[in-house]
Design a protein around this ligand. Structure first.
Ligand SMILES: Cc1cc2nc3c(=O)[nH]c(=O)nc-3n(C[C@H](O)[C@H](O)[C@H](O)COP(=O)(O)OP(=O)(O)OC[C@H]3O[C@@H](n4cnc5c(N)ncnc54)[C@H](O)[C@@H]3O)c2cc1C
Ligand SMILES: NC(=O)c1ccc[n+]([C@@H]2O[C@H](COP(=O)([O-])OP(=O)(O)OC[C@H]3O[C@@H](n4cnc5c(N)ncnc54)[C@H](O)[C@@H]3O)[C@@H](O)[C@H]2O)c1
Length: 449
């Protein structure tokens, strides 16, 4: 196929979408090369989902060791060392990066450890100056933290830096009200840092069910996280002793030792040379694509965060796989974006699939809501009288499930399975017909009233 080109496929970016697409295209017989300017594995593996989840696990021991003491365990000399957790997590990231590189090598994907830019519909230039050609180009360059503009923003960090902090912050300010803000507020609160969340509106986690989010807020405040709603940083000044003085518009500045900005992620399209293939960007700098991930240029496709459809790893992976099957496997495939389950690994975590109650009322008019508001057995050991909340939204007449939303220990693990039922179009009756598995938290799902 590649008689006139150096490769059949040149992938720019070896993250979730790019690695999957390259590997599958190669297994369909394509000659594939990929360029990665930072580290193979991309955001999820290197500075996203994976190290974040490991920090969540590490931080949860603080509470669990407390529970253990209530259950008769004596733990002498209990203390926490941030550097040990950080280094453990980063060592595992190194291991995973190696595995991803190995996968590409096993599939004979040639990897260029450098930046690539597009010079034409079939050509890219590597930062070494070398120009290569390919029948198809896949842009899988992901996204980067969007930093707001205010004086002193250079003293703040993003999620890129949070995995490498020299010291655990004593006082951490987190800016934003999305996934990253809630997850890192939870991690550092559990580890004992004083955490303040600054959010410009009074709503956090906008895409989740309001009642579930309210429960999360209530629990987070009970655990000592300070929420400053309708607030925005005006400026930050750094003292001689390294302390950050934050002007939030109040009478006095707030002093913290670290500020984490988590205000969304922008597609990595700047300086990518898309204009050389006459590709115009969308309003947020994303690459517009059709249902087959094709851009306005026939030989250039794009998948994952750079297209700003759903910024989640499993979605980028599916898009990459579908692209490779479509273009190199002779099996045109599109992705069904309905009922994608997602979770926020806050403490406790929350998870949801399908329509929220408000969305369901807007779209379907009359809906029924079944719920269970319960105290998980696991929390009986703890000083926190925190309650879990599960909700099922169903269509009033057909009883077909429109959405399931939950907060409580292990909610993401439980929701993944419940999402199969929502995707399969099951009704509430199917849950009622299923015998409870007792004692478990998941049994609440078949006991909803
Ligand atoms: C802190 C954090 C936590 C997250 N947690 C979760 C989670 O729990 N669950 C979940 O589903 N999602 C999570 N996400 C989102 C998830 O990481 C992304 O949706 C996913 O990584 C997108 O994959 P991608 O292939 O589009 O891009 P990426 O994985 O970002 O890969 C893009 C790659 O392209 C490289 N690149 C960019 N430009 C060039 C160029 N010109 N030349 C060469 N290489 C280039 C980059 O270095 C990068 O390695 C999280 C994100 C963050 C930041
Ligand atoms: N558990 C997961 O699946 C997970 C975890 C982390 C990240 N992600 C993905 O990464 C993406 C990025 O995460 P994120 O938390 O940065 O973004 P987000 O889109 O979830 O949240 C951004 C938040 O920042 C606020 N904001 C935007 N501009 C602001 C400004 N100038 N000042 C103050 N607040 C501002 C928004 O109102 C919103 O609350 C998510 O959309 C998600 O798809 C997923």
């Amino acid at each position: 196929m590649a008689e006139d080109y150096d490769y059949d496929l040149f992938t720019i970016g070896a993250g979730s979408g790019g690695v999957r697409a390259s590997r599958v295209a190669a297994s369909h017989g394509a000659r594939v090369a990929a360029a990665e300017e930072f580290r193979v594995g991309g955001t999820c593996v290197i500075r996203g989902c994976v190290p974040k989840k490991m920090l969540v696990y590490g931080s949860m021991f603080a509470e669990e060791l407390g529970h253990a003491q209530n259950l008769g365990w004596t733990i002498e000399g209990k203390s926490f060392g941030w550097a040990t957790l950080r280094d453990f997590v980063n060592a595992d990231v190194d291991r995973l990066e190696g595995l991803y590189g190995q996968t590409l090598a096993n599939h004979e994907v040639e990897v260029f450890a450098e930046r690539a830019t597009i010079t034409g519909p079939h050509s890219v230039r590597l930062s070494s100056g070398r120009e290569v050609t390919a029948k198809y180009i896949l842009v899988a360059t992901g996204a980067r933290p969007a930093m707001p503009q205010f004086p002193g923003v250079e003293h703040c960090i993003s999620s890129n830096e949070v995995f490498h902090l020299a010291r655990q912050p004593q006082c951490l300010m987190v800016v934003g009200g999305g996934y990253i803000a809630m997850e890192f507020a939870g991690i550092f609160n559990a580890l004992g840092s004083e955490v303040t969340v600054v959010n410009r509106t009074d709503r956090i986690l906008r895409s989740y069910d309001e009642q579930i989010v309210d429960r999360m807020l209530h629990i987070a405040m009970g655990r000592g996280i300070d929420f400053r709603m309708h607030s925005q940083i005006k400026s930050v000044e750094k003292d001689a002793d390294g302390c950050l003085q934050v002007d939030l518009g109040g009478a006095r500045p707030v002093a913290v030792d670290q500020i984490l900005i988590a205000t969304g992620r922008s597609p990595n399209t700047e300086g990518l040379g898309l204009e050389n293939a006459a590709i115009e960007l969308g309003k947020g700098g994303e690459i517009p694509v059709d249902e087959y991930n094709r851009t306005s240029c026939d030989s250039i496709y794009a998948v994952g965060d750079v297209t700003d459809r759903v910024q989640l790893t499993p979605v980028a992976i599916r898009e990459g796989h579908a692209f490779a099957d479509t273009v190199f496997g002779g099996k045109p495939r599109t992705i069904d974006y309905s009922a994608i389950p997602s979770a926020v690994f806050s403490q406790p975590p929350l998870a949801g699939v399908g329509l929220t109650e408000a969305e369901a009322r807007r779209v379907h008019g009359d809906v029924k809501v079944y719920s269970s508001d319960f105290r998980p057995m696991k929390n009986i050991f703890s000083e926190h009288p925190e309650r879990g909340l599960y909700k099922m939204i169903v269509d009033e007449t057909s009883e077909k499930i429109l959405g399931i939303h939950m907060i409580g220990p292990e909610a993401p693990e439980i929701l993944q399975v419940a999402a199969v039922a929502v995707k399969a179009g099951l009704t509430k009756q199917a849950f009622d017909d299923t015998v409870a598995l007792h004692p478990s938290m998941a049994e609440e799902l078949v006991l909803l009233k």
